[in-house]
Write a protein that binds this ligand. Structure first.
Ligand code: HXC
Length: 255
């Protein structure tokens, strides 16, 4: 049975982790389906933005502990057990995590692979892996520390405590918090706003902000300038600027 649901709404892909009986724990099948789907979305010229959420009371309560428990080092290493998550993180189009409930361990790490996190006011975030005798393993130690800084990341990773949406907002882990019942409306509005722009600028914006986390300032500024300059070769740049001068809405063509 399929775990990851997909629906296209205009230029927005809505992806739902649908294994609520296990709080959407991220098993191998989920990773495989999700990574294959995101590759298709990335290649699909009709789609500009993805919103990912969870069915039921969790976004995802982490990697599937029951599935993972019996694995050994050789199996995990030789079979590159987590490679699918790299494919997810490599998506060039914006992905919005609409975090509807628990985002724990790999679930929090999945949310952090996304570009915006919009949290329900009932959402809970945490990196509780230390309670299982392990640590974050899907990029959490680095993405969390870059997102919220050492003090808060150490607190979450070493104590394993959960934080609520208000704290996540205060410390900069999430982009926005929405009332629980309005979560998908708010996430879709953000997605549709982005999807209303031209894809060349959308991709460039995502890429340059992503690179900002990895590059020294001087290199980052140069990288930004190269992409910015390249956008002057697009019809969308001509259209966007002409529309402003003519006081009309732009008609972007993704060209
Ligand atoms: C497998 C899980 C699961 C998980 C929940 N379930 N989380 N199954 N892996 N990560 C299952 C439960 O076993 C249970 O199944 C059902 O979902 C409902 O969960 P309950 O525990 O009964 O619900 P509740 O009492 O409300 O507690 C919710 C919870 C708790 C606080 C979120 O489920 C919990 O602590 N889950 C584990 C969170 C965690 O440690 N995540 C990190 C995983 S390690 P049954 O069949 O009993 O009804 C990780 C590493 C990532 O993510 C890096 C490497 C990939």
């Amino acid at each position: 049975m399929q775990i990851v649901d997909f629906e296209q709404k205009g230029r927005v892909a809505v992806v739902t982790l649908n294994r609520p009986e296990a709080l959407n724990a991220l098993n191998y099948q989920t990773m495989t389906e999700l990574s294959a789907l995101i590759v298709q979305i990335d290649r699909n010229p009709e789609i500009a933005v993805t919103v990912i959420t969870g069915a039921g009371r969790a976004f995802a309560a982490g990697a599937d502990i029951k599935e993972m428990a019996g694995r050994d080092v050789a199996d995990m290493y030789l079979n590159d057990y987590f490679a699918g998550w790299d494919a997810f993180a490599a998506c060039r189009k914006p992905v919005i995590a609409a975090v509807n409930g628990f985002a724990l361990g790999g679930g929090c790490e999945l949310a952090m692979m996304c570009d915006l996190i919009i949290a329900s006011d009932k959402a809970k975030f945490g990196q509780p892996e230390i309670k299982l005798g392990v640590t974050p393993g899907m990029g959490g130690s680095i993405r969390l520390t870059k997102a919220i800084g050492k003090a808060k990341a150490m607190d979450m990773v070493l104590t394993g405590r959960m934080i609520d949406a208000a704290e996540a907002d205060r410390i900069g882990l999430v982009s926005r918090v929405a009332p629980h019942d309005e979560l998908m409306t708010v996430a879709m509005e953000a997605a549709e706003t982005i999807a209303g722009y031209g894809l060349p600028a959308i991709l460039a914006a995502k890429e340059m902000v992503g690179r900002a986390l990895e590059l020294p300032t001087t290199e980052g500024v140069r990288f930004e300038r190269r992409l910015f300059t390249a956008l002057f070769a697009t019809e969308d740049q001509k259209e966007g600027m002409a529309a402003f001068a003519e006081k009309r809405p732009p008609q972007f063509k993704d060209r």
